[in-house]
Design a protein around this ligand. Structure first.
Ligand code: GDP
Ligand code: MN
Length: 376
């Protein structure tokens, strides 16, 4: 799960990391009042779940009140098109005290599964062109695994600052590490982490991604979820307890079991098409859950067909058939629905579909499924 910069900065403050003073603004009519009580120069920052906002016109430095009003009015409500997240409507802006920047650094901690450790990435060449630096001068970016023999001072010394600044950076690394551990973050990133002309080290940007599978133990983090930023289909799936990921293809698929779901996506590919989604309805799904899953699937406007591939083990084929039949009856669907069922109560399931008065293409095996999908 992602959160906004302003929320991440609140967490940073709780962990003792310095951030500039700021106020969040969500309504056009509040802009004037907030800016009147703020000092200039200030920075107006679009709050959307995306990086590269600066390059997309979502971060602007205002030297005086007039410009602050103008930029705030422009950015709040704008459609921000970034290289990282496509088009996003800006529903919130952060109005932030500008800082006198001497140097922009990059600092992040990521969860490195292969090495079973948190990995630190640091560079004195931070800022908006970090991706470019990674390509052209990778030697300026240091990566270090935080394991038993990790010595932050040795790493920080490599980027060449004085003792006072090094000390501040080490404190920030320690705080970020504690935050990542305590809140189950997969990524905490500060870009830029700036050294000011006054010699202070401050986080000007803040990005945190949390481990979805650990959210059950962090109600405070879950409360930060901004539903407007989530994919609406995936949000509905979470509410219905389904494992669903939206994809770009045109063949909707409903499968039980993650392995079979992935194999099904391969089959669709073999037939020359692409899956519109990943959907694992799980082992013990009831016909009500199947109906919900089917309705979710079919709400995707790009579909050419639906392919249902179920291996009835714990999930009974008759439950599946009943759920699909109910969903189709209430939805008025006119795209082909291809069904392959195998396993428990296969015959009962086939009977329900065949006597439903609805049109299904029931296939006996996956080769047959490929042939049918090819013809769509
Ligand atoms: P991003 O493009 O989404 O990563 O947004 P950032 O929050 O990183 O802002 C983009 C850039 O704006 C930063 O790299 C800074 O160069 C600049 N910036 C942000 N805040 C300030 C500030 O207070 N003063 C100055 N001079 N520049 C700032
Ligand atoms: Mn940034």
């Amino acid at each position: 799960m992602k959160i906004h910069e302003y929320q991440a900065k609140e967490l940073f403050k709780q962990y003792g990391i310095k951030v500039p003073e700021s106020v969040l603004c969500e309504k056009k009519e509040d802009i004037e009042q907030i800016i009147k009580n703020f000092s200039v120069p200030c920075v107006i920052k679009a709050q959307v779940h995306s990086g590269a906002r600066g390059k997309a016109g979502g971060v602007k430095i205002a030297k005086d009140y007039q410009n602050a009003l103008k930029y705030a009015d422009e950015i709040l409500g704008m459609e921000l098109v970034s290289s990282q997240a496509g088009a996003k409507k800006v529903n919130k802006i952060l109005i932030e005290q500008a800082v006198d920047i001497d140097k922009e650094l990059y600092l992040s901690l990521t969860f490195d599964r292969a090495n079973e450790a948190i990995s630190l990435i640091i560079s004195s060449n931070g800022g908006m062109d970090i991706e470019e630096t990674a390509k052209t001068s990778p030697e300026k970016i240091y990566t270090e695994l935080i394991k038993d023999n990790f010595n932050p001072l040795e790493t920080v010394k490599k980027i060449g600052f004085n003792d006072s600044i090094n000390g501040q950076i080490i404190n920030i690394i320690n705080s970020l590490y504690t935050l990542a551990k305590e809140k189950d973050a997969l990524l905490v990133e500060i870009n830029p982490l700036v050294v000011t002309k006054q010699g202070e080290v401050i986080a000007l940007d803040a990005k945190i991604n949390f481990d979805d599978n650990a959210l059950f133990r962090h109600d405070d983090i879950l409360a930060l979820k901004d539903e407007a930023e989530e994919n609406p289909y995936e949000l509905q799936a979470q509410k219905d307890g389904l494992n669903y990921i939206k994809l770009d293809g045109t063949i909707g698929c409903m499968v039980n079991g993650a392995g079979l779901a992935m194999a099904t996506m391969d089959i669709i590919r073999l037939a020359g098409k692409n899956a519109a989604n990943f959907l694992d309805v799980g082992g013990g799904a009831s016909s009500e859950k199947i109906e919900k899953a089917f309705k979710l699937l079919i709400s995707d406007k790009n579909l050419e067909a639906v392919f249902i591939n179920i291996f009835g083990g714990i999930l009974r084929c008759d439950f599946l058939a009943q759920g699909v039949k109910n969903a189709i009856q209430s939805l008025n669907i006119n795209i082909p629905v291809i069904v392959r069922m195998e396993g428990t109560n296969k015959q009962e399931g086939a009977d329900i579909l065949n006597h439903s008065g609805l049109k299904f293409t029931v296939v006996n095996d996956l080769n047959e499924a490929i042939e049918v999908i090819k013809k769509i």
